[in-house]
Write a protein that binds this ligand. Structure first.
Ligand code: PLP
Length: 282
């Protein structure tokens, strides 16, 4: 059984596992590719990045964002795939349907769709609700990207936007997992972290036949920016190490719970979960 607490580090001089985030930049350093690359480094994998958008943001919110041209998004993925190699990848902020269609086409043309585990975190909005994509991008995420995914990891707001189900209890969380799985990913993870009434945070994983539950004691903190990114990044790193999807999710849940427990205030708004938690909790 894979270690649920720590990923093995490569011996000095050996090439670590190579992973990619396809995501937006958060100038405040809490979420987006900054959080992903920090998690990758903490977990001993070599993180590559295809930047999709640059957000102008701090802890008070996202002021605006700039989309990266589609040929540059595709070029970043191809450049890394053709030289460094990609053993697992995750997607984060994908602002437009054009960018999503380009990523899907590149993923297929590079032959990555049959070989590389892909974690799709269907980021729709910032943690204070500002949209991070154009409305048409949601259809492209649902119809084009999610069917390519090994695992899709929506929070409850994203579940509502993707499959129109309001998760309020255990039954509706199961319904949502079924509906998400029917969109075509190999696994669907419905994150229960936003079910505020509950004293635990239960994430539900479904592969079309079996459900797995991952539960942690709820940590109440206003500083939760980057939680979704850290979870998906840790799962991606674990998949690169060869963990099965349930093992990788178990690992990611422990990881992100440590990050949330050690969250810190920053600026005048919502601070980040602490992606360096295992440096300080050890
Ligand atoms: N990616 C970017 C660039 C963001 O700005 C955000 C949120 O603001 C996210 C991803 C998602 O963040 P979280 O992990 O808090 O859901």
């Amino acid at each position: 059984m894979a270690d649920a607490h720590a990923l093995p580090l490569p011996p000095p001089g050996h090439t670590p596992h190579r992973v990619m985030t396809i995501a937006g930049s958060d100038s405040g350093g809490s979420a987006g590719l900054q959080a992903d690359l920090r998690a990758f480094a903490m977990l001993g994998v070599h993180g590559c990045a295809a930047v999709t958008a640059v957000t102008v943001q701090n802890t008070l919110g996202v002021k605006k964002f700039h989309e990266i041209p589609v040929d540059i998004v595709a070029g970043q993925i191809s450049a890394v795939a053709s030289d460094i190699g990609i053993e697992a990848a995750k997607t984060g902020m994908l602002p437009s349907s054009e960018i999503i269609e380009t990523i899907v086409a590149t993923w297929r043309s590079e032959g990555l769709d049959t070989t590389v585990p892909l974690v799709v975190d269907p980021v729709c909005a910032s943690n204070v609700g500002e949209p991070l994509l154009h409305p048409s991008a949601l259809d492209a995420i649902r119809d084009d990207l999610i069917p390519l995914a090994t695992l899709v990891t929506p929070n409850l707001d994203e579940v509502r936007l993707l499959v129109g189900i309001d998760v309020v209890d255990d039954d509706s969380q199961h319904d949502a997992a079924r509906a998400l799985h029917a969109l075509g990913p190999r696994w669907a993870l419905v994150k229960g972290g936003h079910l505020r009434a509950s004293r635990t945070s239960c994430d539900l994983l479904f592969d079309g036949s079996q459900f797995h539950e991952f539960t942690a004691t709820r940590v109440d903190t206003p500083h939760d920016h980057g939680a979704g990114d850290n979870l998906a990044a840790a799962i991606t790193a674990a998949l690169a190490h060869g963990y099965s999807v349930p093992e990788a999710v178990r690992f990611g849940k422990l990881w992100v719970t440590d990050c949330i427990r050690a969250a810190y205030p920053l600026g005048r708004g919502h601070g980040p979960v602490n992606g360096m938690a295992r440096l300080t909790l050890a």
